[in-house]
Design a binder for this molecule. Structure first.
Ligand code: GAF
Length: 401
C-alpha cells in the first residue's frame, strides 16, 4: 500500500512567534499581543446542537492565531497570512451582510461584542490572522478564527468578558453577521475545551464539563481523515436538516427534541407520519442518548477499559448520520468503512458532513496502517487523496504572547 503522511499541527509557540513577526512585517510595528483558538473534532453528538442536544467535542492541536494591537482610531485593519487582501473597515459602521469571506468572521465578532464595547472610547485595531486549521476540512477553521478574534478584541479593548460571553458573541457573529445558521458546538469547543479532555456540552444553556480523554497514556489515538471531498450544497442541506428536526419537534409538541422522552422512542416515532421527518427525529433522539451512554462509560472507567463499547457508539453514530440523517457522502462512508476494516475500534464522520473529516479511535501503533488502508480505498474509488492528522485534545482559546 502507498506510504502515508500523518501531518502534525505546527508547534504552538513557534506559530505564535511567526504571527507576531507577520504582524510587524505587515503593519511596521510590534503587536500588543498574540491570541489563538483551536479547531475541533466532535467525538460524538452530531447534528443535535440546534435541538438543545448534548455533544462531546474536543479541541485539536491546529489553531488560528491573531496578532493584534489597539490603535487610537475607529478603523479596523485586517490582514491574513492566507490572503493578500488588505481590509480597512470602520468599526462603528459594521452591518451584517456587508463584509464577505473570512473578514466577516472577525468583523462579526466585533459587531456581536458591541453591547460589551459601548464604554470603549475608540475601537480601532490592527489584526494579523494566521489560520493554521486546515480550511474546508470540517475542522471548524471559521470558529477558530472567530474565537481567536474574540480573545484579541476582549483583551485589546479591556472588555473583561467571561468565556461564555465570548461563546455567545462568536455564535452571534456566525449566525447574524456572517449568515450561517449553525448551532454553537464549534465555538463552544474552541473557547471552552481543556487540554487532555473532551468537553461535555449541554447546548440547552452551553454549560460544560471537562471529561478526561487522555488517549496517549492508554496507547490509543484518534486519527482524523480529511476526505478532501468537495463541500457541495452544504448550506442548503444543513438548513434543510435543521428544518426537518424543527418540524419533528413541532409534531411531537416539544420546543426542541431534547425535551422528548427517549424512553418512549417507538411511541414518539409512531406519531410522525412523514417517513423522512421520522428518520430525522430518530437520529437526533438516539444521538443524544448515545452521548449520554458515551459519557456514562467514560465516568465509569478509562477509555481503554471500555474501548469496544465506545467504538460501537461511534459506529452507531455514523450509521445513523448515513441512513437516517443522510449527511454523509461516499468519501466519508468509504473512509469510515476502511478504518473499521483495518481494525479501528470505531469510526465516524465528524462535523456537519457533506464532505469534511472522519475520526477513528485506534490503537496508537495502528495509525500508519489504518491511514494506509483508507488511502488505498480512496485510490480504489478514484477519490482525491485524503489527508491524515493525529489529534491531541488541546487547550481552548487564550493568549499566546
Ligand atoms: C456544523 C455546525 F456548525 C455545528 O453547529 C453543528 O451543527 C455541526 O455542524 C453538526 O453537529 O459544524
Amino acid at each position: 500500500s502507498s506510504p502515508v503522511t500523518l501531518s502534525a499541527a505546527p508547534d504552538r509557540a513557534e506559530a505564535a512567534a511567526r504571527a507576531e513577526a507577520q504582524f510587524e512585517e505587515a503593519f511596521g510595528y510590534a503587536p500588543d499581543g498574540v491570541w489563538s483558538a483551536p479547531g475541533r473534532v466532535n467525538i460524538i453528538g452530531e447534528h443535535v446542537d440546534y435541538q438543545d442536544g448534548l455533544c462531546l467535542p474536543m479541541a485539536i492541536s491546529h489553531r488560528c492565531f491573531a496578532a493584534a494591537a489597539r490603535t487610537p482610531t475607529d478603523r479596523v485593519r485586517l490582514r491574513s497570512a492566507q490572503d493578500d487582501r488588505v481590509l480597512d473597515l470602520d468599526a462603528r459602521e459594521l452591518t451584517p451582510g456587508a463584509v464577505e469571506g473570512w473578514p466577516a468572521y472577525v468583523a462579526g465578532v466585533l459587531w456581536a461584542l458591541r453591547k460589551h464595547i459601548s464604554g470603549a472610547a475608540t475601537q480601532g485595531m490592527d489584526i494579523m490572522i494566521d489560520g493554521q486549521v486546515p480550511l474546508g476540512a470540517g475542522l471548524s477553521s471559521s470558529a477558530a478564527l472567530e474565537c481567536a478574534a474574540a480573545e484579541a478584541i476582549d483583551a485589546l479593548l479591556s472588555l473583561g468578558t467571561e468565556p461564555l460571553d465570548r461563546v455567545q458573541a462568536t455564535i452571534t457573529a456566525e449566525t447574524d453577521f456572517a449568515g450561517a445558521s449553525t448551532g454553537g458546538l464549534d465555538q463552544s469547543a474552541s473557547v471552552l475545551s481543556r487540554a487532555g479532555h473532551a468537553l461535555f456540552l449541554d447546548c440547552r444553556d452551553f454549560s460544560t464539563r471537562a471529561v478526561p480523554w487522555d488517549l496517549a497514556s492508554q496507547e490509543l489515538a484518534l486519527l482524523i481523515t480529511d476526505t478532501r471531498a468537495e463541500h457541495s450544497h452544504v448550506d442548503g442541506e444543513y438548513t434543510a436538516r435543521r428544518a426537518d428536526s424543527e418540524r419533528a419537534a413541532e409534531l411531537l409538541g416539544v420546543a426542541t427534541l431534547r425535551d422528548a422522552d427517549i424512553d418512549q422512542l417507538q411511541e414518539l416515532l409512531g406519531r410522525i407520519d412523514d417517513e423522512v421527518v421520522r428518520r430525522r427525529a430518530r437520529h437526533v433522539l438516539t444521538e443524544i442518548q448515545r452521548v449520554r451512554d458515551f459519557d456514562a462509560l467514560l465516568a465509569s472507567g478509562t477509555v481503554r477499559e471500555h474501548v469496544a463499547e465506545l467504538g460501537a457508539l461511534l459506529n452507531a453514530s455514523h450509521d445513523s448520520l448515513r441512513e437516517d440523517y443522510e449527511v454523509t457522502v461516499p468519501q466519508l462512508d468509504v473512509a469510515v468503512d476502511a478504518a473499521r476494516e483495518a481494525g479501528a475500534h470505531g469510526a465516524r464522520m465528524t462535523g456537519g458532513g457533506f464532505g469534511g473529516s472522519t475520526i477513528a479511535l485506534i490503537e496508537a501503533g495502528q495509525a500508519e496502517s489504518v491511514a494506509a488502508a483508507v488511502a488505498a480505498a480512496f485510490v480504489e474509488h478514484g477519490f482525491t487523496a485524503p489527508e491524515f492528522f493525529l489529534a491531541l485534545p488541546s487547550e481552548g482559546a487564550g493568549q499566546d504572547r
